[in-house]
Design a protein around this ligand. Structure first.
Ligand SMILES: Cc1cc2nc3c(=O)[nH]c(=O)nc-3n(C[C@H](O)[C@H](O)[C@H](O)COP(=O)(O)OP(=O)(O)OC[C@H]3O[C@@H](n4cnc5c(N)ncnc54)[C@H](O)[C@@H]3O)c2cc1C
Length: 393
């Protein structure tokens, strides 16, 4: 068996694990990252696309923002569409200049992998049978790579292995309190080779259900439709998808999304989940391994970034000054932000989707809420500051 030592063992090379690795590197802290999927799979996984102002500022500050600055699409607001009209919420004006940036999660991951490789610090892809042990006292991570058994001894483990990883499930259930809400619908998402017909995102509530118009580049559009959580994708040929998107997103002034060849399609379930606390001994959970938000609020990747920023500062204070207070307050500090994002994501989801079984009363109530949200400055400001996100603290 091969034995390795490091200061922080990181499980998972998604946005949380890679960003943590680089934040620690900048503090002079050594880490090893282990990832069970291949590099190409990790880079090509199309998921989030909306970065809050604080996430963009952080990536630029740590030197991972060169391409983001060049290719990221800065948006000063979003549109909300209902009853055939588009209403703009002007984030910059309402929040004193904060904005969002559309830049694919796969691009963020690509940039972070490049920066990790440039540091020369270890990043293992395609590892098998990852296990963690003794995280109350002398943490260890064990795995197989190319048939060889490898064991890492470390001071701390960061569980950045997403919603289906092994870190959270290695903590006995008595030590964790979990909170979950399942939504009775999902999203059918497509990536299409079609130039975006709107400069900004369009969130729509239609009597046929929710739809979202988004983009990834000047030639690629990303669109979503509310569907059943167990929807059969084969029942959705391209024409049906485009007809449904057009019906739900078109406005009375003639706007509708541009059509083009569909490059990818998939179904995403909608779920809110939190595990508390986000720490067990010397194991710290970060990102989706600790919490999942429905994608309507565009918060998942941003929460992952905020968690690992907080964790990196706590670990730096421990290594530099022997201080434990920031490690001790890590979970509570992250959870304040997490629950604020959970509330916002739940609110956006409830306001913009038609739940099965909900009647005309609910629909009229949702339209009245949207009317209020798009006409009251106080309500628009609340949406804008939550969507553009709060500074890291
Ligand atoms: C359709 C969709 C749209 C979204 N849109 C947005 C958005 O606009 N904005 C936003 O902020 N968020 C969005 N999200 C959420 C966002 O994608 C996630 O919150 C984000 O990926 C979390 O990052 P993470 O690093 O915590 O987890 P992940 O990205 O899941 O990374 C975890 C990594 O750990 C690896 N792993 C798992 N198990 C093991 C193991 N046993 N050993 C080693 N490695 C392991 C995985 O392969 C993966 O690479 C969206 C999600 C979806 C599905």
């Amino acid at each position: 068996m091969k034995r390795l030592d490091t200061q922080v063992g990181i499980v998972g090379a998604g946005p949380a694990g890679l960003l943590l690795g680089h934040l620690l590197h900048l503090e002079g802290i050594d880490s090893i990252i282990v990832e069970d999927r291949g590099r190409d799979h990790v880079i090509e996984r199309v998921r989030a696309g909306v970065l809050e102002q604080a996430t963009v500022d952080l990536l630029i500050e740590i030197g991972a923002g060169e391409r983001l600055r060049r290719e990221g699409m800065r948006h000063g607001g979003i549109y909300i569409c209902f009853s055939g009209r588009h209403h703009r919420i002007d984030f910059e004006e309402l929040t004193g200049g904060r904005s969002i940036t559309v830049y694919g999660q796969n691009e963020v991951v690509k940039d972070l992998i490049a920066i990790r490789c440039a540091t020369g610090r270890p990043l293992y892809f395609e590892v098998e049978d990852v296990r963690i042990a003794d995280f109350e006292s002398a943490p260890r991570i064990a795995f197989r790579k190319g048939g060889e058994e490898i064991a890492i001894a470390c001071d701390f483990i960061a569980g950045c292995d997403g919603g289906h990883g092994i870190c959270r499930s290695s903590i006995t259930t008595q030590r964790l309190q979990t909170y979950e809400k399942l939504y009775p619908f999902g999203w059918l998402g497509i990536l299409a080779a079609a130039p975006p017909g709107s400069r900004e995102l369009v969130y729509s509530l239609h009597e046929r259900g929710f739809a979202l118009f988004s983009m990834r580049s000047p030639s690629v559009t990303r669109l979503y439709l509310q569907c059943a959580p167990d929807e059969d994708l084969t029942a959705w040929p391209a024409d049906r998808i485009w007809d449904e998107l057009t019906a739900r997103l078109a406005s009375d002034d003639g706007w509708c999304p541009n059509r083009g060849p569909i490059l990818q399609k998939g179904i995403t379930g909608m779920r809110s989940f939190v595990a508390e606390p986000m720490r067990c001994g010397r194991l710290f959970l970060a990102g989706d391994s600790a919490h999942i938000v429905p994608p309507t609020g565009a918060k998942g990747l941003n929460l992952a970034a905020a968690d690992v920023w907080t964790l990196s500062r706590a670990l730096a204070a421990w290594y530099r000054d022997g201080r434990e207070d920031l490690l001790n307050s890590y979970s509570a500090q992250c959870l304040r932000r997490v629950w604020r994002a959970q509330r916002f994501s739940w609110w956006m989801t409830s306001m913009l989707h038609r739940a099965p079984g909900a009647g005309d009363f609910d629909y009229r109530r949702q339209l009245a809420e949207l009317e209020y949200v798009t006409s009251s400055r106080a309500a628009m400001t609340s949406l804008a500051e939550n969507y553009a996100g709060f500074p890291l603290q």
